[in-house]
Structures are given as structure tokens and as C-alpha cells.
Design a protein around this ligand. Structure first.
Ligand SMILES: [Zn+2]
Length: 120
């Protein structure tokens, strides 16, 4: 394999740090499940809040929840790719077992499949 794993590992670690920073803006780590994040809930206990404020808060929460789910899914992919580097299976298509193209890995270092077996 000609892929430079240390470079790709660096890209993955950078992306992981970026995602965790973004997650911290919309949610917080689930104290009960390692690696799980939950969207930050709005404070709806403020008895002085009027109905419009509450509606806005709930909308913001729903937006955060959607972003949080997306970021968490991406973080799982990045973590899985880092784990594959550790065990030596990184850069191998999980469908056909051949080497994943370098340009694909540079475009998406977390890619688990070759271009032919790309999902979606
Ligand atoms: Zn493949």
C-alpha cells in the first residue's frame, strides 16, 4: 500500500477534534455512555419565559438535535477509521477487501470502502 497512513491519521485526528468542538457547541457528552453525545436541552423551567421564547428555544433545540446526530455519526466513522489504523486494516475496502484508492482516502479519510463500493 502506498498510502501514507500517518498523514491520513493526522487528518482524522484533526477532523475528530473539529467535530468534538462542534459537538460541544450543540450538546454535551452523555455521562452514562462513553462516546455518546446528547443535544443540550433548553432551559424550559424559567417561569418568566413567554410562549414565544419557549417556542424559539424548542426550535433551537430541534436544530441542535439534528446537527448533533449528524456530527455524532461522523465522529463514529472517524473513530472507526482510527481504530482500523490501530489494528492494521485501514485503507482496505470492507466490501471487497481491496485497497481503497488514495484519492478517495484523501477526500474522505474515514471512508470504509473503495470507490466502487461507496454507499449512497
Ligand atoms: Zn470495494
Amino acid at each position: 500500500m502506498t498510502t501514507n497512513n500517518s498523514e491520513l491519521r493526522g487528518m482524522l485526528l484533526e477532523e475528530k477534534a473539529r467535530i468534538e468542538g462542534q459537538l460541544a457547541g450543540v450538546g454535551h457528552k452523555n455521562p452514562d455512555i462513553a462516546g455518546d453525545w446528547e443535544p443540550s436541552a433548553p432551559d424550559l423551567n424559567d417561569i418568566n419565559a413567554d410562549v414565544n421564547d419557549v417556542a424559539t428555544e424548542i426550535e433551537a433545540f430541534e436544530g441542535n438535535a439534528a446537527i448533533e446526530v449528524e456530527l455524532e455519526a461522523r465522529l463514529l466513522e472517524v473513530d472507526a477509521a482510527l481504530a482500523r489504523i490501530e489494528v492494521g486494516t485501514y485503507g482496505i475496502c470492507r466490501v471487497c477487501g481491496s485497497a481503497i484508492e488514495d484519492n478517495r482516502l484523501h477526500a474522505n479519510p474515514a471512508a470504509p470502502t473503495c470507490i466502487a463500493h461507496r454507499e449512497g
